[in-house]
Design a protein around this ligand. Structure first.
Ligand code: FES
Ligand SMILES: [Fe+2]
Length: 423
């Protein structure tokens, strides 16, 4: 897509390049970025068609033939495990007359059979059956169109571009040692919850990148978090306890690293494939993000022996965040639906041998984040209603608690700018 294409639908009312160029660092974005259908289309092209997107976990396609579908802004994608155990992604579009192949969100297949005229593809995308076609019709030239897929220690990312950002491999090299001890591939999905937020996807992401709002809005989540880990102003009450908190982090990191759990912060949010990670202690030697801060599942994950191993958080641009604890993992993906609506999918994972009702209870496992998600949904929806007012003007981010919101907003603007420049 060239500059003119990207900006064209928007040009009559505002100029996208002008809005990108005049973005004021340290301030929230101008209203059209949250409201305009044309900018939404530009986001789908410049961000969601070019970058690595988190879409699910390998545990959802545990066996050959298991599949998962995802719709990326009107581009349906099929993820399937083939007979050799490889996880592949294809455009979920038949090579005959284009029917969507799999309509369900997940399931199990022998071959991929189009429901329309039964063209049949193997799990590795090869067309093996097409009835009534002309003499000389070549099955080999009608394989499914592949989509780039990467499996990062059990987290599945796809990229719809023919030329995906190469720095995914840098992220994978850094993140694999952090994630591997939790052995995500040996987990099962204990629960999945979808919510549709009536807000632009960037409001969902901005809200995720700060915890300024946590004390006032998340009574369940803050039971297990140190307030210091949210960020604080040097003048605030909180600042007095910071030396103590820093000592707890230092001690905890030394202990966890000795146990084989990488813990130190790595912040690469400005990279093309931007991300950040850190293992943080939970309050008072808490074990998990639960109401009583105790593990929600008695069967610990992978190589982890100590229930109080904190929470490893992993945030990615543009659309995910994850919390890896000793007993469970909670993982979030964000998919824009329209300029004013966004799908947030939350998955909770436990060890695949854990038995529901014996080792864990779904209600206890999911309670904190179900409550938190609903609170975040309301915050995003109120923001969407506010930014739609003519009275809205970009407001200043806190330099103490919203640094990562700024990193997200600037990452987004940089991606639009490079798409516009690349025309
Ligand atoms: S559209 Fe798929 S077989 Fe005809
Ligand atoms: Fe929140």
């Amino acid at each position: 897509m060239n500059h003119r294409d990207l900006a064209a639908p928007f040009a009559q009312s505002e100029n996208l390049a002008g809005l990108v160029a005049r973005r004021r660092p340290g301030y929230s974005l101008e209203a059209p970025f949250y409201l305009s259908d044309a900018i939404f289309q530009a986001d789908m092209e410049a961000i969601f068609s070019r970058h690595w997107l988190y879409v699910g976990v390998a545990a959802e396609v545990a066996e050959a033939g298991d599949y998962l579908t995802v719709d990326v802004g009107g581009k349906p994608v099929l993820i399937v495990r083939d007979d050799d155990g490889a996880i592949r992604a294809f455009h979920n579009v038949c090579r005959h007359r284009g029917s969507r192949l799999c309509a369900e969100e997940k399931g199990t297949l022998g071959n991929i059979v189009c429901p329309y005229h039964q063209w049949t593809y193997t799990l590795s995308g090869k067309l093996i059956f097409a009835d009534h076609m002309a003499d000389g019709f070549d099955l080999e030239h009608h394989s499914l169109k592949a989509v780039h897929l990467k499996n990062l220690a059990g987290l599945l990312f796809v990229c719809l571009s023919d030329d995906p950002p190469a720095d995914f491999d840098d992220m994978a090299a850094i993140m694999t040692p952090y994630l591997a001890p939790h052995r995500l591939e040996e987990c099962k999905v204990a629960a999945t919850v979808d919510i549709v937020e009536a807000g632009n996807w960037k409001l969902t992401m901005e809200n995720n990148r700060e915890c300024y709002h946590c004390v006032a809005n998340h009574p369940e989540l803050t039971r297990s978090l140190y307030a210091y880990s949210y960020g604080f102003s040097p003048e605030s009450e909180l600042a007095r306890g910071v030396a103590e908190y820093d000592a707890i982090v230092k001690d905890s990191h030394a202990r966890w690293e000795a146990d084989g759990l990488p813990s130190g912060e790595c912040e690469r949010l400005s990279d093309v494939t931007g991300f950040r990670t850190m293992r943080m202690p939970l309050i008072d030697s808490g074990q998990s993000q639960t109401m009583n801060t105790e593990a929600a599942c008695t069967r610990l994950l992978g190589d982890i022996r100590e229930a109080a191993s904190g929470g490893l958080s992993f945030w990615t641009q543009p659309n995910s965040w994850h919390h890896f604890m000793a007993d469970h993992i909670v993982s979030f993906s964000v998919l824009p639906l329209t300029a004013g609506s966004t799908l947030v999918r939350t998955r909770w994972l436990v060890h695949r041998d854990a038995v529901e009702g014996v080792d864990y209870k779904v209600e206890n496992l999911t309670r904190v984040w179900n409550a938190t998600n609903d609170q975040d949904r309301r915050l995003v929806e109120e923001s969407q209603l506010g930014v739609a007012s003519p009275a809205y003007r970009p407001g200043p981010y806190s330099p103490h608690t919203e640094m990562l919101v700024e990193k997200f907003s600037q990452w987004y603007i940089d991606r639009l700018a490079e798409t516009l420049d690349g025309a």
